[in-house]
Design a protein around this ligand. Structure first.
Ligand SMILES: Cc1cc2nc3c(=O)[nH]c(=O)nc-3n(C[C@H](O)[C@H](O)[C@H](O)COP(=O)(O)OP(=O)(O)OC[C@H]3O[C@@H](n4cnc5c(N)ncnc54)[C@H](O)[C@@H]3O)c2cc1C
Length: 404
């Protein structure tokens, strides 16, 4: 009889793992606290390492029409627009890493994952907040906030950075960890491409870096919309909610002395959301008996390498592959979950810390960062700056969990 898996959370990690597990023959139920499957109105970058999984699971086919394939990843000076580096993406990613690099709208990705889950008999219970779990004799009993209880063989906590599953798991193991406000806030929004002069924004992952701030823009929805993320260092986050509607005029003011392209994008924006950025120190364990964590519930990271969702997508594939292999041999579920952790923890911890380090460079924080940026500029005639940047991304993009 196929094993039952309960998943807390229907974010990108929860839905992707549900799909990967259902495709391996598990009986999957997802419990999501929200009343509907919805995502923030913003874009997301899907690097080749994530695309390998989305291709394999058949999600890329569903998303293709709404995707945008950028030509380069370009980092530029916030005022004069001079390139620090430009890394080839586009078709080059397919040749180099075996999969393309895509920019999509989060709602489109969420919808494609949701549809694929429904097509593969995943049950999704909305308005169902997971409160706690208990384990006995290799079974997990799951309690929802509305007092309902469900029995399952395996529980996956994909319930994001506030994860209740994680809090209980760490408590059971006498460990602690709290989310850390990184001193950064992100302003996010989208602009209709037709509201901007034609070709104003290059078809790239455009990153502008300056003192204490950076700005990212790229096309989504096949080029119909432009997504922007503006990150600002700020120590005074006092709002209880971690995301809220932002004041667009305040955002324009913050970037008033930046390159005209940045200002034009912000001038065309109708609204934006402001988002406090939290992360955690890497955890030492993600597993308690037959319960495991996945995605932001175990490795929340700053978005400065665009890898948070990519890591959740990679986790999903590895989790399903390892569980399928072990349960086919009737092995212990706990052993399989420990193997999943072992295959994922080093890579995700490394990327968590390297995303954190990028904050300093992007915001020209130290003398060393400024010297590094000057050196990158100076190398541009030789093209060495582009090769150095491409090499740094290589170990992230060239990791294909589908192949292992
Ligand atoms: C500004 C910004 C830009 C980013 N850009 C990128 C990018 O370009 N590329 C990339 O790869 N990553 C990016 N990320 C990171 C990415 O968004 C996250 O890593 C990813 O969304 C995490 O997915 P998740 O499913 O693990 O968690 P979440 O998206 O947080 O989903 C958790 C889900 O669980 C539900 N939930 C919570 N608690 C409970 C409970 N107790 N019971 C039931 N349900 C519950 C929530 O409602 C939610 O639906 C970015 C992040 C930010 C902030």
């Amino acid at each position: 009889m196929s094993k039952r898996v309960a998943i807390a959370g229907a974010g990108i990690g929860g839905l992707c793992s549900a799909l990967a597990l259902a495709k391996r023959g598990f009986k999957v139920s997802v419990y999501e606290q929200a009343a509907e499957i919805a995502e923030v109105g913003a874009g997301i970058q899907l690097s080749p390492n994530a695309m390998q999984v989305l291709n394999e699971l058949g999600v890329a086919t569903l998303l293709q029409q709404q995707a945008f394939c950028p030509q380069h990843a370009v980092m530029r000076h916030y005022q004069n627009g001079k390139n620090y580096f430009s890394v080839l993406l586009g078709k080059n990613c397919e040749q180099r890493y075996g999969a393309e690099y895509w920019h999509v709208h989060r709602a489109d990705l969420q919808q494609a994952l949701h549809q694929a889950c429904c097509d593969n008999q995943v049950t999704i219970e909305l308005g169902s907040q997971v409160e706690s779990y208990q384990q006995q004799a290799g079974k997990v009993s799951l309690a929802l906030a509305n007092q309902q209880r469900f029995d399952t063989d395996i529980l996956i906590g994909a319930d994001g950075i506030h994860s209740k599953v994680q809090a209980q798991l760490l408590d059971n193991l006498s460990l602690t960890s709290s989310p850390r406000f990184t001193g950064q806030v992100a302003w996010r929004g989208t602009v209709n491409t037709k509201d901007l002069p034609p070709n104003l924004v290059e078809p790239n992952a455009n990153l502008w870096v300056g003192p204490g701030k950076h700005f990212v823009s790229y096309y989504v929805r096949g080029g119909e919309e432009i997504n922007f993320v503006a990150v600002e260092e700020r120590s005074d986050w006092q709002h209880e909610s971690w995301s809220q509607q932002g004041d667009i005029s305040q955002l324009r003011h913050l970037f008033k002395d930046w390159h005209p392209q940045v200002q034009e994008v912000l001038a065309a924006a109708q609204q934006c959301f402001i988002w406090a950025l939290f992360d955690r120190e890497p955890l030492s364990t993600w597993v308690d008996g037959n319960v495991a964590l996945l995605g932001d519930a175990c490795h929340p990271m700053l978005p400065f390498l665009a890898q948070g969702a990519a890591m959740a997508i990679e986790d999903s594939y590895v989790l399903a592959a390892v569980l399928a292999k072990h349960t086919a041999k009737n092995d212990n579920v706990h052993e399989a979950l420990m193997q999943y952790q072992q295959q994922r923890l080093t890579r995700t911890s490394k990327i968590q810390l390297s995303a954190r380090n990028n904050a300093s460079l992007y915001h020209m924080s130290t003398r060393f960062d400024r010297a590094k940026l000057r050196a990158l500029s100076a190398l541009s005639a030789s093209g060495l700056n582009d090769r150095l940047a491409a090499n740094k991304l290589e170990s992230i993009y060239n990791h294909n969990v589908v192949r292992f």
